[in-house]
Design a protein. Structure first.
Length: 99
């Protein structure tokens, strides 16, 4: 299913998609005490893994935005673990499994 959307994903990444994804992730993580923000953190992590896994190694080496998206799951996991909160155990396990 993702392969049918590959041109759209490529365009998204080319248009600073990784920065937008990180901004959304960081804002949700900063405001995790607000209802529903923990789910948004998890959704951003899932999106980062899905986008990363949608591209071949050759595509990931096209430019810096593609390299950013390939590093996103690891960076997200590090930020979550840095907080030391138990609210994100499911997200950390997901990122450990798919990163």
């Amino acid at each position: 299913m993702v392969k049918s959307y590959l041109p759209a994903l490529i365009r998204y990444v080319q248009l600073d998609g990784p920065d937008k994804l990180f901004d959304c992730f960081n804002k949700a993580l900063e405001n995790c005490d607000i209802n529903g923000m923990d789910k948004l953190v998890h959704r951003c992590a899932v999106a980062a893994v899905a986008i990363k896994n949608s591209f071949s190694t050759e595509v990931l080496n096209i430019d810096s935005n593609f390299r950013k998206i390939s590093l996103a799951p690891g960076l997200m996991r590090a930020k979550i673990e840095e907080r030391g909160e138990d609210d994100f155990k499911e997200t950390i396990e997901f990122l450990k499994e798919y990163n």
